[in-house]
Design a protein around this ligand. Sequence first.
Ligand SMILES: [Cu+2]
Length: 289
Amino acid sequence: MATCLCLLPLLGGCNEMVLFNPKGPIGESEKYIILIAFVLMLIIVIPVIVMSIVFPLKYRESNTKAPYEPNWSYSRKLEIIMWVIPFIIVFILSAILWRETHRLDPYKPLESNAKPLNVEVVSLDWKWLFIYPEHNIAVVNQFVFPEKVPLSFKITSDTVMTSFFIPQLGSQIYAMAGMTTRLHLMADEQGEYTGQNQQFSGAGFPDMSFNAKATSQASFDSWVQQVRQSPTRLDSARFAELRKPGVSQSVIYYSSIEPGLFEHIVNQYNPMTRGSNVMGGAAHSGHGN
Ligand SMILES: [Cu+2]
């Protein structure tokens, strides 16, 4: 219990308590879970702290006024308190966690009247690639999206296992080679939020963060047009270059992408589909597979 208390301020990261400043419905619900678990645990923690100070003081050898009962061994009343209260707390915590875990299932689409934005995320050494399949564009280390629109992520890794996390939007999820994980988030307001890798992945790990920018729908549309002006197309040769280990100091825009790129990245790790050759032979020269 004491450990939980000590860790609580750390949950928000180094400087700001970002988990307590959520900007979307998922993050908001998760803040509520942290707080209610914290308060429920205080029901045990506070009396224990008080008793561990009061008991030694009151029953010290020099205090002759305190009752001295060397043969005392059992109290039904105390046993009931010591078992029933923790039982009730564990029961309430379990019920809340059961309900919220299912309600906040990262694979479950969010309820909204707005049409979701599909985003494919690829974790690389040591940068994040964001593919917007509906817009046929891709961006490295920057994730721009409209506010109040549900985000439907498909996430994979083209390197070791990493963890995709935008703390102010909530719910981190692992990115794994050869697999696709899903995540659904939404931002309730415009703003710039930090996105990061939460799982150590080698030398460039500290630089593996990105800017997640929630804008108005109009700003998003003009941003898409801006990305389309980029002279660079993400074809298989460029992707082979991009996936080489290294930190990307700047944001990279790709005006168009090789069709089926995300599926190809996932499938290259699957022995059954590795030969399917979605992108053509050129890609494989860069993969070493
Ligand atoms: Cu390949």
